[in-house]
Design a protein around this ligand. Structure first.
Ligand code: ADP
Ligand code: TYD
Length: 202
């Protein structure tokens, strides 16, 4: 298999995605790679503005359907302005979250909206990562870690523990259904242990 060029990190809130995405990008750079480290929602100026709308305010600020539209709009801008230009220049793109987050957070938590997510994805995005690390861990520990950050962007953490449990099962099912690109990572370990397992995929 040729080297993966578009790599994503997925998992529940506080599972260690940002930490591991940054460490993997650093590892690739240490090997001489030209790497763009990015994130969703966001990753381009327009998408970062949409991020603020999505991550602040009350849990009932947006319905799941409206969220699907906003996350997909942000993703389209991220793809046009950041991801595609980097890939066209032969760079490697490492993204903290991508479309799998919409499949699970919007598609499988508040009713079964997965078909709607998939239709909009194929219409507006039409691209999957070459490789996805799904970090699995205990939601109670992850939620503690996430809320301890006090980022002010806690709208999804505020849905509570049962919501995070539903997300966890959604991500596990997604990993099992997409073994061609997904690797399940045990996040209940030290950051160093996790990083060295992931580094083997460089
Ligand atoms: P995410 O991007 O999935 O929300 P972060 O990487 O931001 O997760 O990690 C959430 C918090 O937990 C941060 O404060 C981070 O320093 C800490 N953290 C990350 N990985 C680990 C780990 N393996 N063990 C303990 N704490 C961790
Ligand atoms: P992120 O900043 O990665 O949060 P965390 O560090 O807590 O994991 O992502 C922001 C939030 O947005 C997170 O709670 C997950 C949510 N989200 C969705 O609901 N759908 C999406 O498509 C994306 C990309 C994120």
């Amino acid at each position: 298999m040729s080297k993966p060029r578009f790599i994503t990190f997925e998992g529940i809130d506080g599972s260690g995605k940002s930490t591991q995405a940054r460490r993997f990008a650093d590892h690739l750079r240490g090997q001489g790679g030209d790497v763009v480290l990015t994130r969703e929602p966001g990753g381009s100026p327009g998408a970062e503005e949409i991020r603020q709308l999505l991550l602040t305010g009350d849990t009932d600020r947006w319905s799941a359907e409206t969220e699907i539209l906003l996350f997909t709009a942000a993703r389209r801008d991220h793809l046009e302005k950041t991801i595609q230009p980097a890939l066209a220049l032969d760079k490697t793109v490492v993204s903290d979250r991508f479309a799998d987050s919409t499949r699970i957070y919007q598609g499988a938590t508040r009713g079964d909206l997965r078909e709607m997510v998939d239709k909009l994805h194929s219409l507006m995005i039409g691209r999957e990562p070459d490789l996805t690390f799904i970090i699995d861990m205990d939601p109670a520990t992850a939620l503690e870690r996430g809320l301890a950050r006090k980022s002010g962007e806690d709208r999804f953490e505020d849905f509570g523990l049962a919501f995070q449990e539903t997300l966890r099962h959604g991500f596990l099912a997604l990993a099992h259904a997409n073994t061609d690109r997904c690797v399940l990572i045990d996040g209940n370990r030290t950051a160093d242990q996790i990083a060295s397992e992931i580094a083997a995929y460089a």
